[in-house]
Design a protein around this ligand. Structure first.
Ligand SMILES: N=c1c2ncn([C@@H]3O[C@H](COP(=O)(O)OP(=O)(O)OP(=O)(O)O)[C@@H](O)[C@H]3O)c2ncn1[C@@H]1O[C@H](COP(=O)(O)O)[C@@H](O)[C@H]1O
Length: 121
């Protein structure tokens, strides 16, 4: 079994820095900032973008399976858009991205099959 990472010692500097920028945009002017404009439009708009980016990611992934290097790179770009808009969603709800990382760390080494079998009906 893999050794679970310690979420307090593991860090994701890119996510930390981006989350801090997103936090500062919650009260910024929508005229100067795309993120502020999303907050200004509200949760429904943010969720619409998350859904849109999720769809674009899966379409790109379908093309990439037997595709060119360019098509494979498109999956990276679309996934970045999806992660970015998911972070905006968390920020809008005042939820901490670190808690998502902690949840992934908590699951580390736990087989998905075992976890499902242990669920109470
Ligand atoms: N990582 C990103 C990032 N990824 C994607 N995007 C934007 O997300 C938008 C989504 O692209 P689409 O093509 O789906 O959107 P669209 O069709 O133009 O938009 P809609 O009309 O559909 O809403 C584009 O405007 C991208 O530029 C991002 N915008 C900002 N960031 C980060 O957020 C920081 C703050 O950004 P601002 O708030 O704009 O200063 C930036 O410094 C970056 O670090």
């Amino acid at each position: 079994m893999n050794t679970p990472p310690n979420p307090t010692s593991e860090s994701a500097p890119v996510l930390d820095t981006l989350a801090e920028v997103l936090r500062t945009r919650r009260n910024a002017s929508p005229d100067n900032s795309y993120v502020a404009s999303l907050h200004h439009k509200g949760l429904n708009k943010i969720l619409e973008k998350v859904g849109e980016e999720a769809t674009e990611t899966l379409l790109a992934a379908k093309d990439a399976e037997h595709g060119s290097a360019e098509q494979r790179h498109a999956v990276i770009a679309e996934t970045a858009d999806l992660w970015f808009h998911s972070l905006v969603m968390l920020s809008h709800l005042e939820l901490d991205h670190q808690d998502v990382l902690n949840e992934l760390a908590r699951r580390f080494g736990m087989s998905g099959h075992d976890e499902k079998a242990a669920r109470t009906p």
